[in-house]
Design a protein around this ligand. Structure first.
Ligand code: ZN
Ligand code: ZN
Length: 338
């Protein structure tokens, strides 16, 4: 079968590899239909993902149709449309015992630590495949995973109906957070340097949008929240500066959620945390978010299609990467079709 492989940093090709075979009673083999391209795929391409080993078949935002089942599988049938939950964990370490399998000490992410979904077929345990209604498009099903990232940030932020939420960054992750925070009943503000991204955010329900290079964000948030500041601030940019600002912009009894992987230290006085009794929480990947998101997608309460801006046939993957790198402002999500 054919697969998209990063052989070494900077080298991306379509290769012929062996089609996976059912080898355990709970294996499910899926014929891939769509795969979203994520920032982390680009990082692997550039050699800037510390967890990956080359060569690597990339891709973790995957949908397809069940092609073959192990004899023990009961929850799925051949022909079902499914979306991949792309993480594997040990189940026994401290994180797993705490219910935070997403930070398991032996975490394996498809397309990062092990081969992923940009291939004609993918095999994974029954529990990693979530069935979606056939009325949901294959493209939409592939983008359930990025929505679960927004669902995780919403969960980690403890967002309640009526909360004011400020999301920094209106790229794909910020937009996923926006969709999920709105779905949770919050009043959502979002910022970005790019006007097109902000217009888009408004079109899908943002209550207020801000441009940090055109206005004083701290003043704008102060005004918009009548001096209370934001109950939950989600930093989807992740620079030293945005993290500092997130802490300043959080209200009393508020929560700051970080999604970035930046290694530059921020200067945050303990006074701000103590005085406002802030919670600062990280949000990485997701745990137990698929079921909730799939249910909402099946019911039509959220449409992952919202995230798609471009589509390419998988053989044109080089073109898709070029688009993403040269015009990131035009791209929300690119979906590859198989
Ligand atoms: Zn992703
Ligand atoms: Zn574990």
């Amino acid at each position: 079968m054919r697969a998209i492989q990063v052989q070494e940093p900077g080298k991306l090709s379509i290769v012929e590899i062996e089609k996976p075979k059912i080898s355990s009673p709970y294996d499910v083999l899926v014929q891939v239909q769509c795969v979203g391209i994520c920032g982390s795929d680009v990082h692997i391409y550039h050699g800037s993902n510390p967890f990956t080993v080359y060569p690597r078949v990339i891709g973790h935002e995957v949908s397809g149709v069940v092609a073959e089942l192990g004899e023990g599988v009961e929850s799925l049938q051949v022909g079902d449309r499914v979306s991949l939950e792309p993480i594997e964990f040990c189940g026994t370490c401290y994180a797993c015992r705490k219910g935070q399998q997403n930070v398991c000490e032996s975490l394996q992410v498809f397309g990062v630590h092990k081969d992923g979904g940009m291939s004609e077929f993918v095999k994974a345990h029954e529990q990693k495949w979530h069935k979606v209604n056939k009325s949901i498009s294959a493209e939409a099903a592939a983008l359930i995973e990025p929505l679960t990232i927004g669902a995780q940030a919403t969960f980690r932020g403890g967002i309640q109906p009526g909360d004011t939420v400020f999301i920094m960054g209106a790229g794909p992750t910020g937009i996923a957070c926006l969709l999920m925070a709105k779905e949770a009943g919050a009043y959502v503000m979002i910022s970005d340097f790019n006007t097109v991204r902000l217009e888009y955010a408004t079109s899908i329900g943002a209550d207020a949008v801000f441009q940090p290079d055109k206005e004083d964000i701290e003043e704008a948030i102060y005004k918009e929240t009548k001096g209370e500041l934001a109950n939950v601030v989600i930093d989807a940019v992740g620079t030293a500066g945005t993290f500092e600002q997130a802490v300043r912009l959080a209200s009393v009894a508020g929560t700051v959620v970080t999604l970035g992987f930046n290694e530059t230290p921020s200067q945050i006085p303990s006074l701000l945390l103590t005085k406002k009794e802030l919670k600062v929480v990280g949000s990485r990947l997701q745990t137990n978010q698929f079921q909730g998101v799939v249910k909402k997608v099946n019911k039509g309460m959220i449409s992952p299609d919202e995230l798609i801006s471009h589509r390419f046939h998988y053989e044109k993957v080089a073109e898709a990467f070029k688009k993403l790198e040269e015009h990131p402002e035009e791209v929300r999500k690119i979906v590859l079709t198989f």
